[in-house]
Design a protein around this ligand. Structure first.
Ligand SMILES: NC(=O)c1ccc[n+]([C@@H]2O[C@H](COP(=O)([O-])OP(=O)(O)OC[C@H]3O[C@@H](n4cnc5c(N)ncnc54)[C@H](O)[C@@H]3O)[C@@H](O)[C@H]2O)c1
Length: 314
């Protein structure tokens, strides 16, 4: 029996995680209480174990409500995305940095140090990626979002050293397939490819077919978050931080696989209109090596076919 807290529970990854926690529990134990924290909720909970708290993680009273009964695990997913954080520095700092520290410090009084899984990002590496990225690549964030996430990783490791939490940060790549139109996100095409081809609708992508991206399905991403929350803490590295493994695939490889899955004629639905800026940001990813993460048990989707199945299964 355990009490699990999820921040950003209404988000894309949060919703998928909550579904899994309710259905499967955590590490073979049923979740007895699931506290969900977000700015707001679009529906009342249907499961009696769910406790929704609407408010900001920047508000100490809201955090105190979430931690009112002993906590076994926290999944910290709430964040202000990169573009929005760049437009409003104060908001980005308050949520992506200060509130992360608040969530960690407020766990000091817990009877047992809870597991704390923090969703970091590949944005910590910055814009000018080296020939390949591995677990020794030094981060060089190019946005405040990435800089604050990187600081969050350090805070999670420090809070672990202090005995407040058993922490682990995971650097997420672009997760697919986010529903909706992507609300103006420049990387929206990555998720749109899946939904549009599945629905037999035309789509123009702002990158070339040879563009290469790092891919993970929301299902595999959730597997990894759950694994980080349950693996023996003795196995974590000193930094308490791992890059999530990814499939590195060209846009054409994903389109071909989608055409093989939904019908070969659907390949013609995709038009390419490369924008050099977007191509550089989202379709020019070098090889990524993650042996430490894989040793810990973190996984990518395995095959492009599996990526597709798990990207659209929600
Ligand atoms: N999805 C991706 O491709 C991706 C890639 C890299 C990193 N990440 C990280 O993974 C996490 C989850 O991503 P996602 O795609 O589900 O994000 P999302 O934007 O879909 O969800 C984030 C949630 O946080 C909530 N939130 C924002 N400010 C809040 C506040 N002050 N208090 C409480 N809740 C607040 C939002 O309302 C939203 O529901 C984020 O931390 C994100 O930075 C995601």
């Amino acid at each position: 029996m355990s009490h699990v807290v999820v921040t950003g529970a209404q988000g894309f990854v949060g919703r998928a995680l909550v579904k899994r926690l309710l259905a499967d529990g955590l590490g073979g134990r049923a979740v007895s209480k699931l506290t969900l924290l977000d700015i707001g909720f679009d529906a009342a909970p249907t499961d009696s174990r769910v406790n929704q708290i609407a408010g900001s993680i920047a508000d100490a009273q809201i955090r105190a409500q979430a931690y009112a009964s002993p906590v076994d695990a926290v999944f910290h997913l709430a964040s202000i995305p990169g573009g929005a954080a760049e437009r409003d520095y104060a908001l980005g700092r308050a949520i992506n940095l200060d509130a992360t520290l608040g969530l960690l410090e407020d766990l000091r009084g817990q009877p047992r140090a809870p597991r704390f899984v923090f969703a970091s990002t590949v944005a910590v590496y910055g814009e000018k990626l080296p020939e390949f990225v591995d677990e020794h690549t030094l981060p060089a964030p190019a946005l405040s979002y990435g800089a604050h996430k990187l600081m969050g990783e350090a805070l999670v490791a420090d809070a672990t050293r202090l005995g407040w939490v058993q922490g682990c940060s995971l650097r997420l790549p672009g997760v697919v397939a986010r529903p909706g139109d992507g609300a103006g996100m420049m990387s929206a095409f990555m998720s749109q490819l899946f939904w549009k081809l599945a629905a037999n609708e035309a789509l123009t992508v702002p990158v070339s077919p040879e563009g290469v991206a790092w891919w993970i399905s929301v299902g595999a991403c959730v597997d990894n978050l759950l694994h980080a929350a349950t693996v023996d803490a003795e196995r974590f590295n000193a930094r308490r931080c791992y890059q999530m493994p990814v499939l590195r695939l060209t846009i054409a490889e994903v389109v071909d696989a989608l055409a093989a899955r939904f019908g070969s004629e659907r390949k013609a639905l995709v038009t390419y209109a490369p924008d050099p800026f977007i191509e550089r940001l989202f379709a020019a990813y070098p090889p990524l090596y993650t042996p430490q993460a894989e040793q810990l048990g973190l996984r990518h989707d395995g095959t492009v076919e599996q990526l597709i199945e798990r990207a659209i299964a929600h």
